[in-house]
Design a protein around this ligand. Sequence first.
Ligand code: AMP
Length: 380
Amino acid sequence: MTREVLPGASIGVLGSGQLGRMFAIAAKRMGYRVYVFSPESETPAGQVADVEVAAPYDDLDSVGSFARQVEVVSFEFENIPLPTVQRVEQFALVRPSGHTLHTTQNRLREKTFLRNAGLPVTPFFAIHSEDDLDSIPEDLIPGVVKTAAWGYDGRGQARVTTREELVRIWKNEMRQDAILEKWVDFSMELSVVAVRGGDGSTAFYDPVENQHRHHILDVSLSPARISPKVTAEAIEIAREIVTRLELVGVLCIEMFLGSDETLVVNELAPRPHNSGHLTIDAHVSCQFEQQVRSICGLPLGSTRAFRPAAMANLLGDVWAEGEPNWAAACAFPEVKLHLYGKSDPRPRRKMGHLTATADSCEAAAELVTQARDLLYLRDS
Ligand code: AMP
């Protein structure tokens, strides 16, 4: 059954980074009041929310009083402790559900769910203890060993080319539940941002092509340069996943495309995703508006693109030689600047992004990367 939470109501978000910020902007534009909960204050999301609660996630009294003030709660990253979510569930709707969060916040649970559902997934092996290291299948090496929980942007993972290397890394650096995945020689990384309402309705954005640098998303192009057949397959995989999870909310599916045109799922994120940021400027309803609509029980918006687009991330590294030259980037009339309100531009930290639309995704990518290069331009 769908319960509607209508504009004017208060909605909450656990986590206070850029995804919470863009969610809050979309929600406020639609007339909602937004409460943000995270351990920090003056956060990217808190700066635009109506109310910012700063308390640790395990302070269940504060979590409870936050939840009492809102009707529905979503989250902006999947590493929210389960007891926190269960506490919120006592007072407010949680969307996506605690069950979806539980499945997707652990790589082993996530990949097991995908494999059991008969979906294409990177071949993998579970490592729970030292004993498991004796029975590693030979055909998974070379591979990538990843901690089962708490990893993101390439953290908590290492490429391994021999069994000895794997054993050494697990024993010295991990010693916790981990997953060994076969190394996939992909020709492209893709993602599909999917949305599903409580009434079972679904909507999908066209697959986005993702280019990474040092394991962090660098540039995304929409639509991905793939055949209509691969597009249809990627969307079918996404449909199957959100239906089986009985998702209510937004979920991003990251996939690898092999040179033989086959797809395997790499990772799920039960929330809007960095690769979907370009939907703000290039699509009728952006991924954050869809998050608001789906968790509030409103009909879903259109995922139609106005134009091809590209997005380039702005990491803290852009500040290495001083304040970036914003005017130079904004001199491109088709380029849109998004900054997340973070004051400390540490290397690798996501500080903002640029989006451009153009007649082709290549032209848009050319524009955003040119604009980004000019951020380093010094006045002479
Ligand atoms: P993840 O944290 O799983 O999204 O991994 C971060 C990035 O590492 C991915 O976007 C890929 O570029 C790369 N990667 C992860 N797993 C694999 C794999 N099994 N084979 C090849 N590359 C991978």
